[in-house]
Ligand binder design. Structure first.
Ligand SMILES: [Zn+2]
Length: 316
């Protein structure tokens, strides 16, 4: 078993904050916390966060003082939560979107820091930092793409400490909520073999499990069966839920399953996949870390599905 398997949630989940949803409408409390020199700010610049490199890399946390002059309305501070272990008095954490600031200005306020994408920083910072960045990044991405009301086109403004946007046109007033798209990702197995695929746009040698987005009017199990059928031609039964993972690239929840194959003959959809093959457990164990045959990063749910299956685990 690897450290990622069976116990606990997936990487990118597990934000160590009390989200304090009841405080999101408390304007006085929010202003006090925004003015508090102890309040912590995580800056997102486009899709990146500032990481302090060195022997123990960490996400850089800013304070009012270090972001002096930048904490205006354009930064759209959004409440992430308060320190979970300190009750109501715990330090508040906000994400601020500083995409409009010159990168050099932000880095000058972050000694030793560099802007890294989450796909890179997740490999070097502690899991609690990655979860916080994943949460913050998903929120800022949503805000950036919902400046205007989808119903009438008028500007929409943040509400509820950044957990909603509301249309500013009085007759409309539509409230918009942060959007998470649902995708299923499935390890299909049959005895001593599992089904992996390859897309031509992936890095050389990369292989993974099959995945696809949920459609309206569809259950998760139906989506699994449809996606596997469309992409590989394999018929499946006995779909079992494994675990889920926030996947903020840019705003998805990955819902992971294992499914028993009921057929063997592969017929790939060539617009989606380069190929799909059955792989024997023994061969994968021998090849999984070689240069010519690669598996997804260890932080991904797809890797966890594969590693758990290799270790003999199928959800009950
Ligand atoms: Zn509107």
């Amino acid at each position: 078993m690897t450290g990622l398997t069976r116990i606990g949630g997936n990487v990118l989940s597990g934000v160590a904050l009390d989200r304090a949803a009841h405080r999101r409408t408390d304007a006085a409390w929010l202003q006090t916390r925004l003015d508090d020199p102890a309040t912590r700010f995580l800056a997102i610049w486009r899709q990146s966060a500032v990481i302090r490199l060195g022997p123990e890399p960490r996400a850089v946390i800013h304070y009012r003082e270090t972001l002096d002059g930048l904490l205006d309305a354009r930064a759209e501070p959004t409440l992430l939560g308060i320190d979970a272990d300190q009750g109501e008095e715990g330090a508040a954490h906000f994400v601020v979107d500083l995409s409009h600031v010159a990168a050099d200005d932000l880095l000058a306020r972050s000694p030793g820091g560099e802007l890294l994408d989450l796909r890179d920083s997740v490999q070097i910072v502690p899991g609690s930092d990655s979860a916080l960045i994943a949460y913050a990044r998903a929120l800022t991405y949503w805000h950036r793409r919902h400046r205007f009301c989808g119903a009438c086109g008028a500007p929409a403004e943040p509400r509820e400490a950044g957990h909603q946007r509301r249309c500013t046109r009085e007759e409309c007033g539509t409230v918009h909520f942060p959007r998470t798209d649902t995708a299923v990702i499935t390890l299909v197995h049959d005895g001593d073999e599992c089904l992996l695929c390859r897309q031509s746009r992936w890095p050389p040698g990369m292989h993974s499990t099959l995945a696809g987005f949920l459609e309206p009017g569809e259950s998760l199990e139906e989506c699994v069966a449809r996606e596997i059928g469309e992409e590989s031609g394999i018929v499946i039964g006995d779909v079992r839920y494994h675990s889920s993972q926030p996947w903020p690239f840019p705003g998805t929840l990955m819902v992971g399953f294992m499914a028993q194959a009921l057929s063997r003959e592969i017929a790939v959809d060539e617009t989606e996949l380069e190929y799909a093959h059955w792989y024997r457990r023994r061969d994968l164990l021998d090849r999984r870390d070689s240069d010519e045959f690669r598996l997804p990063g260890r932080y991904s749910i797809s890797r966890r599905l594969i590693e758990d299956w290799l270790a003999g685990y199928i959800p009950p």
